[in-house]
Design a protein around this ligand. Sequence first.
Ligand SMILES: Cc1ncc(COP(=O)(O)O)c(C=O)c1O
Length: 401
Amino acid sequence: MPQLASRIGRAKPSAIMQIAEKAKRLKAEGRDIISFSIGVPNFLPGEHVYEAARNALAHDSGQYGSNRGADAMLDAFIEHMGKLGLTGYGRVNCATGVGAKHILYNLAEALLDEGDTIAFPTPYWTSYLDIAEIVNAKIELLPCPPEQDYKLTPAQLDAALAKKPRVFLFNNPSNPTGMVYTRAEIDALAEVIVKYPDTWIITDDIYNKMVFDGVGYHNFVHSKPELKERVIFVDSLSKTYGMPGWRVGFMAGPESVAKAVVVLNSNHITNIPEITTAAAVAALSGPQDVPEGKCAEFQSKRDQVMQVMDSIPGVVCPRPQGAFYVFPDISCSFGKTHGPTGKAIANDVDFCSVLLEAKGVACVPGSAFGEPRAMRISYTCPTPQLAPGMARIKEFFGELA
Ligand SMILES: Cc1ncc(COP(=O)(O)O)c(C=O)c1O
């Protein structure tokens, strides 16, 4: 029998989906399950988005579209970036894809030859590792433990960039930690980046509209505008607009990089569909009350989660200021046994598995994100489920000895 390509052996199925599947199975068996596992925003876009999609359907051109993305969508994205303080970009600097994941995959193809190094902080979003492995890049992980609030320090970045990786991949606000870099922290990292001109910088900032406590969203380009020539900004409609299934992602950066992504698009997806394009324009240019309302709701849910986390002895939980995740260090439970079930907890995977079986609460083990001392709580569930879910987690900790 013929063999599969070796790159397939390097790609692993998502650990997050495995927990979600188990939770689904228990639910189908009639268990009362509260899911804090999948990173979905759990809301729908405003009516104007659906109206734009229906209207596009009624006026279907029946044609292929642009490999870069329709002009109207690029213009709406450029305007949206302008509101983030990212200015001076034209259509030639931009490209679209089937979600940010697809953009990131395209960027890996465009920027990394086999064996080139990509450096990124740990904890990381799971697909960074898998995408890097598929393109056979060398991966340099930069550990950012809870003791440093899961944030990269300028000294760490300096040491990493001194080795001249081809790409440095940065995520702010972070999935899985929810941490957000302040302007001063971004300034300090940007000071380091300017010293190393041989590295491309990808900023995966898809949670840029979900920032709390007035911290604001900041990019290296805000600190050092000259970095525009090698910073690639990545964005998506998925989380901000409640549109993960619509699959629209964006990038803005140097013309040559955008062009490379367009060439890749021309050889696989061809274009973002017309109906999706119309919905994307409406989401970006229309009323922003849905995302703004959700950001306020998530901030208050963050407060609820943190109140419980701060009350559990032994748990260390840096306070997130964005996205919709909390990432507590649960290693105080390792080596203990869960009294009612008699199950031993040796690590994060045991913790999440026994928690799910015993209390019906699904969280994702931190090892899925390269930090096996932690677990991820994604708190976008319906509001009435949040308090009972958190109470069950607290109760579970109380049953460990
Ligand atoms: C940090 C980060 N980047 C990229 C993505 C992918 O987003 P999209 O739905 O646009 O592909 C996700 C989705 O969870 C994410 O958390």
